[in-house]
Design a binder for this molecule. Structure first.
Ligand SMILES: Nc1nc2c(ncn2[C@@H]2O[C@H](COP(=O)(O)OP(=O)(O)O)[C@@H](O)[C@H]2O)c(=O)[nH]1
Ligand SMILES: [Mg+2]
Length: 193
């Protein structure tokens, strides 16, 4: 979180984290295409030839002022593939909040567990000094439309995140995409007061 008193701005960094192909980019694409163009920048994606996110997607959103400060949100995604763990660590640096996008398909449960375990390690090492349960975090159980998807309730429980808020989503249809975004914005901004 960065405050620029002179410009009356407060900047937040929110990272969409999770397994490869879980739907992180789809979330940002949906937000980008449904928000007033005056309030946001272009969605910047840096991709490999295989059209997967190599480094991150980036989207900047500006909301109206609260208490004289204009809140600005920088949204990032991480690359999900195992080989990019160093990039994930880097993108997480200075994050004020995380949305963990889980792939709800049964066959991806182990991948979700692995990714979440990695996230816990990285967050504890980021010097924020707060435990994982205090850190602004939202679980998004995505791909709820697929036949092999387990329910959001069950996945939330399976991942051992009972203390954390969660949503079941279909990012391709935009279901719960804005609810997820509002919830993380709420958590990172409430933390200030
Ligand atoms: N059926 C279904 N497919 C989805 C959903 N969300 C994303 N996808 C698809 O899953 C694939 C990976 O999505 P992407 O956003 O690139 O995942 P990322 O690697 O986490 O950024 C794409 O083909 C998306 O269209 C969803 O809710 N339901
Ligand atoms: Mg992506």
């Amino acid at each position: 979180m960065l405050i620029n008193q002179q410009r009356g701005e407060i900047n937040f960094k929110i990272v969409y984290y999770g397994v490869a192909e879980g739907g992180k980019t789809t979330n940002l694409e949906y937000i980008h295409s449904h928000i007033n163009p005056d309030q946001r920048t272009k969605l910047i994606s840096i991709k490999t030839e295989a059209d997967r996110t190599l480094y991150f997607d980036f989207l900047h959103i500006e909301l109206s002022a609260i208490n004289g400060l204009t809140p600005k949100f920088n949204f990032y995604t991480v690359p999900g593939q195992t080989v990019y763990s160093a990039s994930r660590k880097l993108v997480l640096r200075g994050a004020d909040g995380v949305v963990f996008v889980a792939d709800s398909q049964e066959q991806r449960l182990a991948d979700n567990h692995r990714s979440l375990a990695e996230l816990r390690v990285y967050l504890n090492g980021n010097g924020s000094g707060s435990s994982f349960t205090e850190f602004p975090f939202i679980l998004q159980c995505n791909k709820q439309d697929l036949p092999t998807a387990v329910s959001a309730e069950k996945l939330h429980e399976e991942l051992g995140l009972s203390a954390q808020p969660y949503f079941g989503s279909v990012a391709t249809a935009g279901d719960m995409v804005f609810d997820t975004m509002k919830a993380i914005i709420d958590r990172v901004t409430k933390r200030l007061s």
